[in-house]
Design a protein around this ligand. Structure first.
Ligand SMILES: [Zn+2]
Length: 263
């Protein structure tokens, strides 16, 4: 029951030691993927995360710093499956769910994949779907619900929201992932009994997020999708965060692993 940060940078130009946003949760022999910034599957594979155990992929919105590694993630899964000698480990006939709020972008990714070797013919079931507010996925005591935010604006009448935050429940632990948000108060409906709030700093100041979160039922606060203030001075920003929120705050780093049972 672990969460591993695969990329912790906001949508900046390339930065040393940080790739764009992505993390994976390993639970009960399955892997659940949240956002897919460039290089996420490369990082995960080298960290020993089993790409053939990916059960579902959740995309908060389709900006490049959240989907730049999606085609490669799926390509890597297919590649590893094709090279797998142990038939029991092959994912043939298994299903991977992909939750993505813009199916037009998915069609583009699909086309990129179609242009690769074997036209990306696969023998597992890759089920892509868009989603709306509410429970979107359940697998035993692993549950995900979505809540729209205004990061990509307010849709016209009849159009769907295109950017979401996620509430994740695992064996009774509650994690909230902000995705990208317009206003931190948008997260409030997800924050009840929140064991870990993972919130982006690409569009928000650390002090504002800490001031908000300390008034909410949030036990632990983690920053990811780092903006320029953290990229320039992580130690100084962390000191400031601790001063406001207390000791239970951390800045995520690429490759950092959290044992969720300790939350
Ligand atoms: Zn972003």
């Amino acid at each position: 029951m672990h969460l591993t940060f695969l990329g912790t940078c906001a949508g900046t130009e390339p930065m040393p030691d940080r790739k764009h946003t992505s993390f994976a949760i390993e639970y009960n022999g399955k892997v659940y993927w949240f956002d897919a910034g460039a290089g996420c599957s490369y990082t995960a594979h080298l960290l020993g995360i089993d790409l053939l155990s990916v059960r579902a992929i959740f995309i908060s919105h389709t900006h490049m710093d959240h989907v730049g590694g999606l085609a490669n993630l799926l390509w890597d899964i297919r590649k590893l499956n094709g090279r797998e000698k142990d038939p029991a480990r092959r994912i043939s006939d298994r299903r991977i769910d992909l939750f993505i709020p813009d199916l037009q972008v998915w069609q583009g990714v699909r086309q990129v994949l179609h242009g690769t070797e074997g036209q990306f013919a696969i023998d597992f079931d890759l089920a892509a779907t868009d989603y709306a507010d509410g429970a979107i996925f359940g697998d035993g005591d692993f549950q995900v619900r979505a809540l729209h935010n205004r990061h990509l604006g307010v849709p016209a009448t009849g159009e769907a929201w295109k950017s979401y935050s996620f509430g994740i429940e695992i064996a009774g632990k509650r994690i909230v992932f902000s995705g990208d948000i317009k206003d931190v108060a948008e997260l409030e409906p997800l924050l009840q009994d929140c064991d870990l709030l993972l919130v982006e700093t690409g569009h928000h100041k650390v002090e504002d997020l800490c001031t908000y979160a300390r008034e909410q039922p949030v036990k632990r606060l983690g920053f990811l999708h780092h903006g320029r203030a953290i990229l320039a001075d992580p130690a100084g920003q962390e000191r400031k965060a601790r001063h406001i929120f207390g000791d239970d705050v951390f800045l995520a780093a690429d490759g950092m692993r959290i044992d969720l049972s300790t939350l």
